[in-house]
Design a protein around this ligand. Structure first.
Ligand code: XMP
Ligand code: MG
Length: 183
C-alpha cells in the first residue's frame, strides 16, 4: 500500500513487498548452498542497497560479515558515466575473502563492472554480485551478476531503497516513477 502523500507519483507498482520477500528468500537458499563452508563478506553499495542488504542478510541462515561502500559516477545528469569515485571505502581487508556485492540495480552495468574490478584487484578470493533488479535493455557492458532478483523493463524505478532526489527509498514496493514528478 502506498502512502497517501505519494499517490499518483507512481504509474505502476512493478514488484509488491510480498513478491520481493519471496524472491529474496529464494536467492538466500542459493547463496547458502553456493558458499557452504566458506566465510562470506557482504559488501553493500550505499545508499540504494540498504533495504536489500537488511532483508537479504537477515534471511540468510548463516554467519556473514557486512561492510559498506559508497561510490558515485562522475558526469552530468542521471546517466552513469562509468568513471567511478569512491566516497566511502570499505573498512575490511579483502585479501583472500569471498566477497558478495549487494546492489539494488544493474542498469547500464558501468558502476558494477568497475566495482567488481576494483574489489578483485585487492586480492579477494572471489567477487560475485547480487542485485535485486536488472534492466537488460539498458546494458552498456555485460555484468555477470550471479544472483539477480528480477529483470525489469527500462524505466526509472523507485522504492525499496531506490530513490529520486532521495525520496521514495522507504517504499516497501518497487514502482515506476511517473514522469510528472521529474519533468
Ligand atoms: P549503472 O548500472 O547504470 O547504475 O552504473 C548506477 C546506479 O544508478 C542508480 N540507478 C537507479 N536508481 N532508479 C533509481 O532510483 C533507477 O531506475 C536506477 N537505475 C540506476 C543505482 O543506484 C545504480 O546503482
Ligand atoms: Mg546504487
Amino acid at each position: 500500500m502506498e502512502p497517501a502523500d505519494i499517490q499518483g507519483d507512481l504509474t505502476e507498482v512493478l514488484l509488491s513487498e510480498a513478491e520481493i520477500q519471496v524472491r529474496i528468500a529464494e536467492l538466500c537458499r542459493e547463496i547458502e548452498r553456493d558458499y557452504q563452508g566458506r566465510p562470506l563478506l557482504l559488501v553493500g553499495v550505499l545508499k540504494g542497497a540498504v533495504m536489500v542488504m537488511a532483508d537479504l542478510s537477515r534471511e540468510l541462515r548463516r554467519d556473514v560479515e557486512i561492510d559498506w561502500m559508497a561510490v558515485s559516477s562522475y558526469g552530468a545528469g542521471t546517466e552513469s558515466s562509468g568513471v567511478v569515485r569512491i566516497l566511502k571505502d570499505l573498512d575490511t581487508d579483502l585479501t583472500d575473502r569471498h566477497v558478495l556485492i549487494v546492489e539494488d540495480i544493474v542498469d547500464s552495468g558501468l558502476t558494477l563492472s568497475w566495482l567488481r574490478e576494483n574489489l578483485s584487484s585487492r586480492g579477494a578470493a572471489s567477487v560475485e554480485i547480487c542485485a535485486l533488479l536488472r534492466k537488460p535493455e539498458a546494458a552498456k557492458v555485460d555484468v555477470d551478476a550471479r544472483y539477480v532478483g528480477f529483470e525489469i523493463p527500462n524505466h526509472f524505478v523507485v522504492g525499496y531503497g531506490l530513490d529520486y532526489a532521495e525520496r521514495y527509498r522507504n517504499l516497501r514496493a518497487v514502482g515506476i516513477l511517473s514522469p510528472h514528478v521529474y519533468s
